[in-house]
Each structure stands twice: as structure tokens, then as C-alpha cells.
Design a protein around this ligand. Sequence first.
Ligand SMILES: CC(=O)N[C@H]1[C@@H](OP(=O)(O)OP(=O)(O)OC[C@H]2O[C@@H](n3ccc(=O)[nH]c3=O)[C@H](O)[C@@H]2O)O[C@H](CO)[C@@H](O)[C@@H]1O[C@H](C)C(=O)N[C@@H](C)C(=O)N[C@H](CCC(=O)O)C(=O)O
Ligand SMILES: Nc1ncnc2c1ncn2[C@@H]1O[C@H](COP(=O)(O)OP(=O)(O)OP(=O)(O)O)[C@@H](O)[C@H]1O
Length: 565
Amino acid sequence: MTSPFDRIRPEATTPRRVRDLAHTFDLSVAAGLPPGDGGPTVTSVASDNRVVADGDLFVALPGAHAHGARFAADAVARGARAIITDGAGAAMLGAATGVPVLVAADPRTVLGPVAAWVYGAPGEHLTTFAVTGTNGKTTTTYQLDHLLRALGFTSGLVGTVEMRSGDRVLPSRLTTPEAADLQALLAAMREDGVRTLAMEVSSHALALHRVDGVRYGVAGFTNLSQDHLDFHGDLQSYFAAKALLFTPEHARCGVVVVDDAWGERMAEVATIPVATLRTTPARDDGGHAADWVVTDVEPHGTGSAFTVTHRDGRSLRTSTTLPGGFNVANAALALVMVLEGGAHLEDVAEALDASGGLAAVVPGRMEVVGAGGADAPRVVVDFAHNTEALELALGALRPTTPGRLIVVFGATGDRDAGKRPAMGAAAVAGADVVVVTDDDPHGEDAAAVRAQVMAGARAARAVAAQAGPTHTGSVPSAPASVPTPSARHPQARTVAVHEIAPRSEAIRVAIAQAAEGDTVLVAGRGHETIQDVAGVDVLLDDRVEARAALAARPGTGRNEGTTTP
Ligand SMILES: CC(=O)N[C@H]1[C@@H](OP(=O)(O)OP(=O)(O)OC[C@H]2O[C@@H](n3ccc(=O)[nH]c3=O)[C@H](O)[C@@H]2O)O[C@H](CO)[C@@H](O)[C@@H]1O[C@H](C)C(=O)N[C@@H](C)C(=O)N[C@H](CCC(=O)O)C(=O)O
Ligand SMILES: Nc1ncnc2c1ncn2[C@@H]1O[C@H](COP(=O)(O)OP(=O)(O)OP(=O)(O)O)[C@@H](O)[C@H]1O
């Protein structure tokens, strides 16, 4: 069992003199650095006292809840040999820490570069690929990882699900680790002989300087839609945080999906060379021509085959095993990022042929936990937890659902309340049966969160029942390759809307009442295994619950077992 304080760190380190550190980063010395050439050294860096090891530099950051300086005494007791903090932190510490205290005006902004310096710029030893965007980061990162391995590289991975350096694997606490942890991980990768890295970079990470100190080889942008406004305030600020990745400080070149207007804007504001990629037909409002285009998308097994063509005529046909138009976009982005990173098209084509196309298995992303048939519904667990993702996930499953499409989902407490009714409406637009339940309530009253989702669902259901074909007008439209609910249902339709909690019961009821030919989509939590209910960690894995519910169906035993399409 891993603890939230486990980290992947390098085993061999080089001592760095604190004096050189102060000089290199122009840090003032508040206390404890003796005169002369020698003096204390540090070998590694931590920004949380609970992970400090002997020889660390402890960086005490001001936070929204506490000042890291509060934990400095414990950090020193655990072996910290020096501290960097801000003026307020230095004032809190006084002169009694027993180790040198260096002061930076904004320690968060120096943490990444300082950690990179301590570990000897480990990111520079890797060929690095970074993916940002509202949806698709994890999937695209796994596809990158799949392709890089198919090309023969030992590849590292950092993202929402896990961190991987060679044989060392840890579940993730954050999508993008704090800067000190990230640099330690990169140093471990160098040690483990890792050559390439596929990693997710969240908007929080960019805004909070977690990736300062890494300059990625290729940055990729998937898309942007409403999310995380509790942190960023508005969509413009959210976009601006993502745009930081497309600057020379953070990346050498980029690939931007320009299917939406945000992508086009990203390509315009980027201050690094970017290649644009269009994966859906150009919009009527005259989107720009793209450098790379996806054409000839056709059903292929559980996913799609597609062709990617550059404006210079280079072209490659391959496939993805994951369903839905958006997974064509994710696969194409991974592919083009590797090509723009310098791989030869012939080598990539050969590697893809040999590895079944872009066939990454992505935990909790369109993961089929019950294939359906033999008197049982198909059951799919997906991480869709915002309006657009929910709509697209439903759109992706509809074409292969002869019966009813049933969705079980909830909205997160303490986060972006604005998206709750919109998610309810998207569920009604895309499904035949909607079961509203809990996601992570965090500190909020779970029933109150459900009520807001239910309000959106009920309002949309009323409109759907009355207005017929035009009922989805208020819901953002899906890409052209995904049939819209109104196109599928030319008649006004009745959508059943239920509220069931707790989540395990909602999953059980939905699966118990579904029939062969139906698909049950359990959306929102994907690979997650812990539900935060008022600060209490409740063990809850949608895939485990779904398998148990399938097994509990009368006369079953034949439908469980994970398969990924
Ligand atoms: C908004 C945000 O990201 N906040 C992060 C930030 O919190 P904070 O500034 O409030 O820190 P704090 O709790 O006041 O602590 C201040 C300092 O004291 C340290 N500390 C704190 C307590 C202690 O006992 N000992 C200690 O040393 C902390 O490590 C920190 O350096 O620094 C903390 C320490 O690293 C993070 O845990 C915390 O992430 C919170 C938990 C979080 O939920 N972040 C999410 C929103 C996030 O970053 N998500 C994105 C993905 C989003 C997506 O889905 O796309 C991600 O990259 O994961
Ligand atoms: N390109 C895409 N466009 C829209 N929706 C997508 C796309 N790719 C995946 N999704 C949907 O979003 C969900 C999350 O996908 P994924 O985990 O790959 O994205 P993410 O950006 O890592 O998400 P998060 O930031 O929330 O961790 C999927 O389960 C799927 O429903």
C-alpha cells in the first residue's frame, strides 16, 4: 500500500554547496551560512516536511492554507540541511533553525529551477513530451507512451493515474507533481535509463510554477472547455495558464489541435513554433487551414481507423482501439507530437503496424468492464467529469448501443458549481436513462450537489419532451463525426431521470435494471479508488462496483472480466 507521501527519488545524488545555490539564484542569506568557501551542502529538495529526507533542501512555500515555514523545525529534524523561504517565512523562523535560511521574493518561482540545479538539470537528458488541455491529457499521454515504446524507447510517464520511471511506479496524488517532486522524478528517470517522457501538465501546474525548470521538447494542446473555474476565476485566465506551456520558457515547439476556437487562439498566441492539427472537418465559420489534418475516419474494431496527412503530402494511416471521435483526436495528437519531435514517418508507421496502432490501455478511460451480450448490458467506466466530456462519451457509445444508453454520474463538491446543471442537461441530451449520484462531495453536502445536477437534468428533460428535435440547442454541439442526440432522435423523447445515492447503489441499480443491448456508462471517476466524503476517504472503485453489480445479476458469472476495447 502506497502512502500519499511516497515519492520516486534518485538513489545517487551529488552534494551542492548552499553557498553556490545562494549565489546562482541571487538569494539573500537570512541566517546560518558560515563565511568561507566550504559550508553545508544539499543533495535533494522537498517542499513538504512530510517527505523530507536526510540531506534535503527544504523549500517553505506560502500556501492558501498554511505557510511551509510552520513545518521547518520538523523538516530540519528529518535531516533538512538548508531552507529557502520568503520574507514572511524567514521572519517566522528567526535565527533558531540551526541550518542556513535563504530568502527569495517568491520561492514558488525559484523552486523548479533550484531543484533542477540541485539534480543536475535531469529534464535535459530526456526527450520530453507534455500534454495540456481540458480533456484528453491522460489518454493522449498514454498513447504517446505506447508509441514511444513501440519505437523502442524506454519511456517514463507522469500524469493523473500514475508516475513511472523504469520499474518504479507510484499512483499519482496530483496530475502534475510539485516542482521538487517532479525534478526528483526526472533525476530518477535519468538513473533508470529512461530516454523519453510523456507527461500531463495541468493548468494548476502552470499557474503554480510546478513545471518551471523543465523545457519540454514538444508541447501538445488538446482542447479547452469550462472546468476548474474555482481556481482560475474565468475561462480567459484558464486559457492564459495553459498558454504558458507554449512559450520558450516551457517548450521548444508545439502541436495544437485547432478543432475548437480555443485551439486556433492557442496557435495564434504561442510564442514557440507550433504545428496545427485538425481532426474534424473545418467549421463553417472559416477556421484556418491546418498543418496536419485527419481524414477518412472509419470504424475499426472497437475504435477507429484514420489517416493523418501533412500539408507537404506526408501521410500515414493507422487506428486507435479507443471509441469515439475524441479518441481519434487524442491518438492523432500523440502521433503528430512524435513526428514533430523528429521521428521519421516510416519508422512511426512501422512501429504502429507492429503494435496494433495507437492501442494504449488507459485505466478508467472508456474502460469496458463488461462487454455485454448473454443477457447482460455492456458496462463502460469513463473519467468524463465535465459537461463536454460527458456529452462526447455518450456520443461515442451511442452508435454501438442498440438498446438504451444509461448514464450514472455526479458532480464534484467544492469545485466549479457552475458546471453542475450543465452536466445534468448534457446527460439528458445524450442518454435515455440518467442516474444522478455522488462524485467526490469533498466538504459539501452531497445532497445539495445532486440537487443542482438534478435541476439541470429536469429542466433539460422538460425541454426535450416538449421541443423534440431542437431540444439540445443549449448544450454545446458535438464534433461533426459524433452524431448529435437530435440527429439520432428526430422525435421528442422521454428521458428517465433518477437520483440514487450512495454511488455504489446507483451503479448497482443501473446495472441490475439494464438489459442486453443496453450500455451503462459510469462516468466521472475513471481509475479513482478513493472518494472524499467530508474529509473521510471512502474506498470506492467504479470498476469494482460495476463488476460486482454485473456478477449480482440473476444467472450471471459470465459477463465480468475487464477488457479494454
Ligand atoms: C490549488 C492547489 O493546487 N493547491 C496545492 C497547494 O496548496 P496550498 O497552496 O493551499 O498549500 P498549503 O496546504 O497551504 O501548504 C503550503 C506549503 O506547506 C507545505 N506543507 C503543508 C502541510 C504540512 O503538513 N506540511 C507542509 O510542508 C505544503 O507542501 C506547501 O508547500 O500546494 C499543496 C502542496 O503541494 C497541494 O497539495 C495543493 O493541491 C491541492 C490539494 C489540489 O487539490 N490541487 C488540485 C486542484 C490540482 O492541482 N489539480 C491539478 C489537476 C487539475 C486537472 O484535473 O486538470 C493537478 O495537477 O493535480
Ligand atoms: N479529446 C477529448 N475531447 C473531449 N473529451 C475527451 C477527450 N479525450 C477524453 N475525453 C473525455 O474526458 C475524460 C477524461 O479524459 P482524460 O483523462 O484523457 O483527460 P484529462 O485531460 O487527463 O482529464 P483530467 O484533467 O480531468 O485528469 C475521458 O474519460 C473522456 O470522457
